[in-house]
Design a binder for this molecule. Structure first.
Ligand SMILES: [Zn+2]
Length: 381
């Protein structure tokens, strides 16, 4: 991955290559930004640029021996840590990213804009809870204590650093007193989920959504669609490269219908139906629930826009989603929509905690019922 391969982020790329050129790269960087904005891709491009022995025009050359290794994700001085699960007969406490490196390479090379759920799908572990454990932190300490193989930088990339939890304290000293040739790049979609002590010692670099024009240029090259469909795809993706790929390849799950079904079941309040639905959702795993709730938030924001403006054309929703939004009109007014948004936001925080998934989904469903059935606002006004 080179800077030139990543759509948009012109200013950010220019800034990063400038500080590399001036030898001012911070030893600890925290890349934060939404899913699909290209954080991992930027970290990879930065690592490639740092290791390249023949940098050209603000990017890695692509032909030196370091570049050849970084491209295949086999550079011995670039280390990766990412959330994993148990593997084979290994105990979870002994399992680290090292045990998943071949899978990681094939995942990143095929889906550089993929998210945690896609990673878990890739390793057949969507029903498991992935994290970054103590053994991994010890591995990070070991990685960065080694002498460099190629004489350049030692780079440690930590994907989903928010899943470090309190274990992050173990690498604190490394971040506080790094050696000159060490660079640690933490990646997260949520800066508040990073341990305070760790976050305060990093230079935070915000990764914004990709701008529409750059995303459209990327879509023009990557997708074989009509010009109108490409425009539509760029608009709907809202700066999220991952979403562009999902929508462009038409693999986006039918979340809007599922959301509508969930609200309908919750509204009816039929215990048997609720239990069946709770079982079905719980079976899909924790990360899928987060994705679903995040999708729900996106949908509700667009739905509010529809309620407030009455204009369907400004919505970042597909035709199917717009049909669902219009159906929602019967059960959802502005206040109830706001209530659901707050509920979903709180629920996302809870998914990460060690609660039974079924109980949590049951709780959310009953809360939805209370919100949809509430007539309080009508009585007050
Ligand atoms: Zn090079």
């Amino acid at each position: 991955m080179y800077f030139k391969d990543i759509p948009g982020h012109t200013d950010l790329k220019a800034y990063v290559s400038k500080i590399v050129g001036e030898n001012r790269v911070p030893h600890a960087i925290l890349l934060v930004g939404g899913e699909g904005y290209g954080k991992l891709a930027l970290a990879l491009a930065l690592a490639a640029y740092l290791q390249c022995t023949d940098r050209k025009d603000g990017d890695a050359c692509g032909t030196c021996s370091n570049c050849k290794k970084t491209q295949q994700l086999i550079h011995p001085d670039i280390h990766f840590s990412f959330p994993v699960v148990t593997k084979g007969k290994l105990k979870r406490a002994d399992t680290t990213s090292q045990h998943f490196l071949p899978e990681w390479r094939s995942f990143v090379l095929s889906k550089p804009y993929g998210d945690l759920n896609e990673w878990l799908q890739h390793i057949g572990a969507t029903d498991k809870r992935a994290n970054i454990n103590v053994a991994e932190c010890n591995q990070i300490l070991k990685n960065l204590s080694l002498v460099t193989y190629e004489g350049g930088y030692k780079i440690q990339i930590v994907w989903y650093a928010d899943l470090l939890g309190k274990e992050g304290n173990r690498i604190l000293k490394l971040v506080e007193e790094p050696s000159d040739d060490t660079i640690i790049i933490l990646i997260s979609h949520n800066r508040n989920a990073i341990l305070n002590t760790l976050r305060s010692r990093c230079q935070i670099i915000s990764v914004p959504p990709v701008d529409d024009t750059a995303l459209l240029e990327h879509i023009n090259v990557q997708f074989d669609l009509s010009p109108e469909d490409k425009q539509e795809l760029a608009f709907l993706s809202a700066g999220n490269i991952r979403k562009a790929y999902l929508l462009g390849h038409n693999t986006e799950m039918n979340y809007s219908e599922d959301l509508f079904e969930w609200l309908r079941t919750a509204y009816k309040g039929d215990p048997e139906l609720i239990v069946t639905q709770v079982d079905a959702y719980a079976g899909q795993g924790r990360q899928e629930l987060i994705n679903f709730l995040e999708y729900g938030l996106h949908f509700l924001r667009e739905y509010l826009l529809l309620l407030n403006s009455g204009d369907q054309n400004i919505l970042k929703l597909t035709e199917t989603e717009k049909e669902v939004a219009l159906k929602m009109g019967k059960i959802l007014d502005v206040n109830k929509t706001e209530g659901l948004k707050n509920l979903f936001e709180t629920a996302i925080g809870y998914v990460h905690r060690n609660l039974s998934l079924k109980s949590l989904i049951m709780h959310i469903t009953l809360e939805i019922n209370a919100i949809l059935r509430s007539e309080v606002d009508n009585l007050v006004t």
